[in-house]
Design a binder for this molecule. Sequence first.
Ligand SMILES: NC(=O)c1ccc[n+]([C@@H]2O[C@H](COP(=O)([O-])OP(=O)(O)OC[C@H]3O[C@@H](n4cnc5c(N)ncnc54)[C@H](O)[C@@H]3O)[C@@H](O)[C@H]2O)c1
Length: 422
Amino acid sequence: MMTDLVVVGLGHVGLPLAARACAVGMTTAGYDTDGAVVDGLRAGRSHIGDVRDAQLAAMLTAGFRAGRDPAVLGRAGTVVICVPTGLTADGAPDLSAVRAAAADVAAHLRPGTLVVLESTSRPGTTQEVVRPVLERGSGLRAGEDFYLAYSPERIDPGNPSFGLSNTPKVIGGCTPLCAKYATAFYGRLVDTLVVARGTREAEMAKLLENTYRYVNIALVNEIALCCDALGIDVRDVLHCAATKPFGYAPFRPGAGVGGHCIPVDPHHLAASADAAGRPLRLVSAARTVLDRLPRHVTERAAALLTGLGKPVAGAEILLLGAAYKPGSADVRHSPAVPVVRDLRERGARVLYHDPYVPEFTVDGTPVPRAPELPRALADAGLAILLQDHTCYGAPLMARAPCPVLDTLGRFSGPRITQLHRC
Ligand SMILES: NC(=O)c1ccc[n+]([C@@H]2O[C@H](COP(=O)([O-])OP(=O)(O)OC[C@H]3O[C@@H](n4cnc5c(N)ncnc54)[C@H](O)[C@@H]3O)[C@@H](O)[C@H]2O)c1
């Protein structure tokens, strides 16, 4: 029996896509190489915050099945690839999961199938990496026997206002016919479609969006450090600037950038730009600023403790928020990781509190989780506020019995020191 959609990679991007497809009545299956992910989904346990267990139950009732058998790809009307595109150990773009997924699709590809890549990647990935793997492995021709497109995912996990259906979706086809089939597919899932000239334009648009955030986060942090040096209140500066109704998008300083996208995607773009002999100097300058931020936090923490007559070595330091964004359980590339690493090197005993993150391991060593917030604040020699989770409210922070370093500039109180002072 044919399946309307098979999603390859059931993570933060793939599972919400499968959920939306089920909701509009598409017959949907998922293929993932991770046995734990598949077993969890089959047992009705969602590992993705944006897809609740109740929603997964509705998907399973509608016939959704997750599995590790790539044979399901041979029954697909449309295949959407949502696998990770991280970096190798030496910081280079890693397309191994995209290649592996494309090879699995190729081995089962049938004439008439639409294949879409959603993974974020460098311009040219669809045409130069995915297309040859599909054509060689299947003996079929893109644009003639099967259809191939790129459509970047713009999902913002935890965003209560914008999800898959009401965020405009960019689509680029390998040929006009490929774009037509991809548009017909996404038209059932998404309110607004934007057709790019081709796959490279769609790939580049996604990288521009995330590089824009990367560079602007670096800029606002550098401005904050500059304000410190000039004795200017950066919070007031940001408040004033944000009142401009046009030509200015607000960003906030903090401990750094995190997540699977913003710290990673500019490296994919930079690698392409380098290969083209057109290095992106703004991206490398932003990287220099951002890479330094966690160290700035730990240096301020150490100075704070020293000012109180306490050595950092042996001090108990409580990190508030291990995830990279508010309300999220995602610790990938979180600034909390280098903060832990640096504090450990200084001899501190580091604990964390985060209601969303049950376990947090840095360099193979678990960071102990503080059991209960008020007691943890009472026991700590210093708390460092890293994340804007709602549980860290103003009354609690103002009454904290230990000194607090607030990297977000949110709170004031007798024992609170803001990372950026005025
Ligand atoms: N997370 C986000 O907010 C977000 C937003 C926009 C775009 N993206 C991009 O989407 C892509 C996927 O990101 P994600 O956050 O969903 O990743 P994820 O790690 O949450 O999920 C990826 C899934 O793919 C599976 N997988 C890996 N290799 C596979 C293979 N060869 N075959 C089948 N399954 C395989 C993994 O087991 C995992 O379950 C990345 O390119 C990312 O940059 C992510």
